[in-house]
Design a protein around this ligand. Structure first.
Ligand code: ZN
Length: 649
């Protein structure tokens, strides 16, 4: 693709980073920036910021940053020209027709690009057959029409038909210059292990005699297909899907997300259904905030995909036992991601598809509004209907519900659900909480046993977005030794540059005053601080001689070491970004920076301590108290980060 400079300029003028990023994640304004959970790494509270004035984004969690174009490139795995094409599409900027690809050009594309091209070709091929081929029209199109899909809907979802032949796609595609190898890598054709007949018979089409549902990625590219057979054939599964390929991982994508994402954000809610046809029927009826996990059970990655656009999921499943079971499994996973979940079950023999066709979009929306239940009510009613008032069974329900509540990462939400559960089941809240404590203690014990990878845990207060990263146990030692490194760097500043000026004070005074509330148990550090403070109290100046002529051997030795090689940089210091002043002119910057870094590290250390306390908390009240303390430390840390940004920047 060749883009003129003029086209590129026009695209640049149109780009609004808020809108661009907003197509992928749900942004909330806070201060000058807009915040969201980072789409590049897994997190439960937002540390991904967009600054519209500067036109840039930055994630404070994983460090990714850039402008609107790099955002789309990185997120969607696009090359620069592809990203430009994406924007041109988005803003309706016409770009000159693509020149036909020569074999050479195709070869040069990397494999991912080639897969997209092959998949796009197949998508168009299937879609064409639906409208032009006799079988396509008679079998495929009439099936969709029977289901009530309009032509506009069929085109919107790019539905298609695959011929009931062994090599329908294979033949046409290879004739058009597509490589068998690529078709196979894209999951479109299969190969026979021992093919004795001609070379052509070695490969054959995966999708034969089926209606085809392309599965799109977030930017609307076909990355896979689902296909439903229409004739009665007991030897064939009703639905088959593309295999996992380099561009398709079924656990990471949701059917309909591309068509639904804007509506999900606008409605601040995502309807989750089971099948392709549920999604399409609802869309046609004007209910567009809907996606399907289609064929797989819901995964964490899929939930996080939804979380980019909203915190709210409404599960719409069939009311049959299988549907209920699937929804129960989904609920706990959604809760675990810190999201809000409601459930709607459909009347007997109806699924969202059939129901919306029966009553229409508006009534459907009303039905959802009136019948949605939060998970506690849903579970409680479900179990009570099954068990009546049998006290033993009731105990089982309580345990089950408490286990679900325990999955909610937010302590305040959790407390509210305990209240609600208490009134619904007519059980003293204290009973629930002690049950919860049992579940929690067991969970934490299990976790410690497994010695899991560090986990990002978040405890969210209503208005704040703190991120608490739990350090693994051994990191306490690392924190302590880091603290000592920082203390050394402060001592170095005191000894080498104590007499210089910073912010209208002597460096030594500045350092003593600004770090006085940081508790240290490093004896050498404390000894030097105390003797310096005494000397200052006596009204004396602190000079290098004060240290070099000290009666204390440790102090003297340290000072000599610093003096002898003041440019020596410890490998450890450099690695952790501890400043070692190389130049006296930098003292005005390096002194405050050293203090801020030291304080931030100390805050981290305290958070680590409180988190330990949180695990050992005896009850919910104590837990809440701890959480509050952690929250304010977190805010403190963030503040320092901001100040460090200013100092550095
Ligand atoms: Zn990130």
């Amino acid at each position: 693709m060749r883009l003129s400079n003029e086209t590129i300029d026009r695209i640049h003028q149109q780009i609004d980073i808020l809108e661009v990023v907003g197509d992928f994640v749900s942004l909330k304004k806070k201060g000058l920036n807009y915040w969201a959970c980072c789409p590049f790494h897994n997190e439960k509270s937002p540390s991904f910021a967009v600054n519209p004035a500067k036109g840039i984004f930055k994630c404070f969690g994983c460090g990714k940053s850039g402008d609107a174009i790099t955002f789309v490139q990185e997120l969607e795995g696009l090359s620069y020209p592809e990203a430009m094409k994406y924007f041109a599409n988005k803003y309706g900027i016409e770009i000159p027709e693509e020149a036909p690809r020569s074999d050479e050009e195709v070869k040069q594309q990397n494999e991912r690009d080639s897969l997209y091209i092959v998949l796009n070709y197949a998508k168009n091929y299937f879609a064409d057959l639906l409208f032009t081929n006799e079988d396509g029209k008679a079998i495929g199109l009439s099936y969709f029409k029977e289901r009530g899909f309009s032509e506009a809907t069929i085109k919107k979802f790019e539905l298609g038909y695959s011929l009931d032949e062994w090599d329908g796609l294979l033949k046409t595609a290879t004739q058009n210059g597509y490589k068998t190898e690529m078709l196979e890598k894209a999951g479109l054709i299969l190969s026979r292990e021992n093919a004795n007949d001609s070379a052509d018979r070695k490969h054959y089409d995966r999708f034969r005699g089926r209606v085809v549902f392309p599965i799109h990625n977030l930017s609307g590219k076909a990355i896979a297909f689902g296909a439903r057979i229409l004739k009665n054939d007991k030897n064939q599964p009703k639905y088959i899907n593309s295999p996992e390929t380099e561009v398709y991982s079924k656990s990471k994508i949701l059917y309909g997300i591309f068509q639904a994402k804007n509506s999900i954000r606008n409605e601040d809610n995502c309807f989750l259904v089971e099948g392709y046809t549920d999604v399409i029927s609802l869309h046609q009826a004007g209910v567009e905030n809907v996606v399907a996990s289609s064929g797989t059970s819901l995964t964490e990655e899929q939930i996080r995909l939804i979380k980019r656009y909203t915190e709210n999921i409404t599960v719409l499943y069939d009311g049959d036992p299988a549907g209920i079971k699937a929804s129960l499994r989904g609920i706990d996973m959604i809760l675990e991601e810190g999201m809000n979940v409601n459930v709607v079950l459909f009347p007997d023999n109806d699924d969202p598809d059939s129901y919306v066709r029966k009553i229409g979009g508006e009534k459907f929306k009303n039905f959802i509004r009136e019948n949605k239940k939060d998970f506690i009510s849903f579970k409680t009613e479900l179990f009570l209907a099954e068990t009546g008032n049998d006290p033993i069974k009731k105990a089982g329900i309580i345990k089950d519900i408490v286990t679900s509540i325990a999955k909610i990462p937010d302590g305040i939400k959790r407390a509210l659900f305990f209240q609600q559960c208490s009134s619904l089941l007519k059980i003293d809240e204290q009973v629930l909480i002690s049950e919860y404590n049992k579940v929690e203690i067991k969970r934490r014990q299990d976790k410690n046993k497994k010695n899991e990878q560090p986990e990002v845990v978040n405890y969210t207060a209503a208005e704040e977005y703190p991120v608490i990263t739990e350090e693994p146990e051994s990191d306490v030692d690392k924190l302590v030794s880091l603290l000592q490194d920082h203390e050394l760097s402060i001592l170095k500043l005191i000894i080498l540059l104590g007499g210089e000026a910073v912010e209208g004070r002597k460096v030594v005074e500045y350092l003593l005053e600004e770090t006085q509330d940081v508790e240290s148990n490093n004896p050498l550090y404390l000894k030097i601080r105390n003797s310096v403070a005494e000397e200052l109290n006596r009204g004396n100046e602190i000079t290098k001689a004060f240290f070099l002529e000290s009666q204390d051997e440790d102090i003297k030795k340290l000072a000599i070491n610093f003096m002898v090689d003041k440019h020596q940089i410890s490998a450890g210091w450099e690695k952790f970004g501890i400043i070692v002043p190389q130049d006296y002119e930098l003292v005005e910057q390096s002194t405050p920076k050293a203090v801020l870094k030291y304080k931030r590290l100390f805050a981290k250390f305290l958070i680590r301590e409180k988190r330990q306390g949180l695990i050992n908390a005896a009850n919910v009240e104590e837990e809440m108290q701890m959480m509050q303390e952690i929250l304010s430390l977190q805010q403190f840390e963030k503040q320092i980060d901001k100040m460090l940004g200013i100092v550095i920047g």
